[in-house]
Design a protein around this ligand. Structure first.
Ligand SMILES: [Fe+2]
Ligand SMILES: [Fe+2]
Length: 503
């Protein structure tokens, strides 16, 4: 574990262009929450120096003792209260997408700060790449230099009328640029999405006034070689999503089978006993007024009562489990993303072994980094990406990793909260990316990252029938944290079917 963690930390800092001094690395490795501490160090590090020193780690540790930090440490601390005799189960909170309400009072300024934060976070990942030589701010581009590179946020794409080349408009903090992406060139193969951040290698022609051509497109992506987080023990995590408690179509019978399984009744008791964590990727309840005439589909029409019922359902699961739950677009928090965690006046209705976190959130389970996001942005990304569909959301999730962003498109169906830090940037690179929202079940791998779309516990509703969405309900994914091998548990047939390692 120490060896794997060592490589993991070094790679994490490398991706942010930082060198860990030996003493700093040693101190990080001896900490209880090395990943959270690393994140904190990066957040506070000075852009001008590439080094992370032992003194910087010591300063971060001292800050952790400060009173302002205590609440955070309590959340990030070990969750071992349920059973004092058991060894502590390490749960490490890395970051919650939601960082408090916007500071700027003026909406334009607030969104400006959000996009600046996004640009800076993603540009930092792209800087220094060999495929982006002669990197320049847009304002300092000189056609006479022949080849130059820029990093920009996509603000527009249009097609030339005759030849169907693409004219791409990108912005950085110094200006705006139009560049031509030739039809059928490698750069034109991946659709450009509004507000994603890309690196462009440009070539300038001889004739003055011609716009530059894009010779290469570089996206932030997941590093192709990187050490993965792995637990030393074969403990497991179960992923669930979209319970929709309160809906008439909540699958209470399948849920009862899930409860039986987790309580160790039946032939798979050993598998059940190896599960330490349950992660729920949002839409705990069906909510009220989420879509037109929803009241006809509700069994519980009061939202507080819906959470009380979720509380009762989750209390049926063994209390030794650490349950991590993020909200979705049906939950009773602001719909703008990143969404805050459930407020205390609802979270108290859930059993004490539930950690209500923001959407999205990044946390480590026994050293395995999980990024949990509900998946609302599928509603924007699926129509925008040719060939994408709700039945195969993992294809869209690959795209999220490629751009290192969960919901780039502004002004469409996914409302964005104008926070000073863009909490939808995917950082650190996860070992597991889990989403829900599409109510389908999907498993895939991308550059070593396990992608998981975690089903639903609601059968098809009238509204979904209308929108042509066919759910794949009552599946649970169980992942071994020492190997990331996955088993699919299917509770939809009224009994448990344990599926092969991958589906
Ligand atoms: Fe849902
Ligand atoms: Fe949803």
């Amino acid at each position: 574990m120490a060896g794997a963690l060592r490589e993991h930390l070094v790679a994490y800092f490398e991706e942010h262009h930082k060198l860990l001094e030996a003493g700093a690395l040693q101190l990080l490795l001896s900490d209880r929450q090395p990943l959270a501490l690393s994140r904190e160090l990066l957040a506070r590090s000075d852009e001008s120096s590439p080094f992370v020193t032992r003194e910087m780690v010591e300063a971060a540790l001292a800050r952790r003792q400060a009173p302002a930090h205590r609440a955070e440490v309590a959340v990030a601390g070990l969750v071992a209260s349920a059973n004092a005799r058991r060894a502590a189960v390490p749960f490490e909170l890395l970051s919650e997408g939601f960082t408090g309400p916007p500071v700027a009072t003026q909406p334009i300024a607030a969104f400006g700060a959000l996009f600046q934060s996004r640009y800076r976070a993603l540009a930092r990942m792209l800087r220094g790449r060999p495929d982006l030589p002669n990197l320049r701010p847009i304002r300092e581009l000189r056609a006479s230099e022949g080849t130059s590179s820029v990093i920009g946020m996509v603000s527009g794409v249009r097609e030339t009328p005759q030849r169907h080349h693409l004219i791409l408009t990108v912005d950085d903090e110094t200006g705006s640029l139009e560049a031509l992406v030739p039809k059928d060139s490698p750069g034109s193969r991946v659709t450009f999405l509004s507000d994603e951040v890309v690196g462009l290698r440009l070539t300038f022609g001889k004739e003055p006034g011609r716009i530059p051509r894009v010779a290469h497109v570089e996206r932030p992506d997941i590093p192709s070689t990187r050490p993965m987080g792995r637990s030393t023990t074969p403990r497991r995590v179960m992923f669930l999503s979209d319970l929709h408690v309160g809906s008439r179509s909540f699958l209470s019978e399948s849920w009862a089978h899930l409860v039986e399984f987790l309580r160790g009744r039946g032939p798979h008791a050993e598998l059940a006993a190896s599960i330490d964590f349950v992660v729920i990727a949002g839409d705990l309840v069906d909510g009220i007024g989420v879509y037109p005439r929803q009241e006809r589909d509700l069994a519980i029409s009061d939202v507080v009562e819906q959470y009380a019922e979720v509380g009762r359902r989750l209390a049926e699961l063994p209390d030794r489990l650490t349950i991590v739950a993020i909200p979705g677009n049906h939950d009773a928090v602001s719909p703008a993303e990143p969404q805050p965690a459930l407020p205390a006046n609802l979270a108290f209705l859930l059993p004490p072994n539930v950690r209500a976190l923001a959407n999205p959130s990044s946390f480590a389970l026994s050293g395995v980094v999980v990024e949990a996001y509900h998946g609302r942005s599928f509603d924007d990304l699926i129509p925008a990406i040719p060939g994408a569909s709700y039945s195969r959301p993992t294809e869209v999730m690959k795209r999220m990793l490629l751009m290192r962003h969960l919901a780039p498109i502004y002004g469409d169906r996914t409302p964005l909260a104008p926070l000073p830090r863009d909490g939808l940037v995917i950082d650190p690179a996860p070992d597991i990316l889990v989403t829900g929202h599409s109510h389908t079940y999907g498993v895939d791998r991308y550059r070593g990252v396990l992608l998981l779309n975690a089903s639903t516990w609601q059968s098809e509703t009238e509204y979904q029938r209308m929108r042509n969405i066919s759910p794949v309900p009552a599946r649970a994914a169980v992942v071994d944290l020492s190997t990331l091998a996955l088993a699919t548990l299917d509770f939809s047939a009224g009994r448990l079917i344990v599926g092969g390692p991958e589906t």
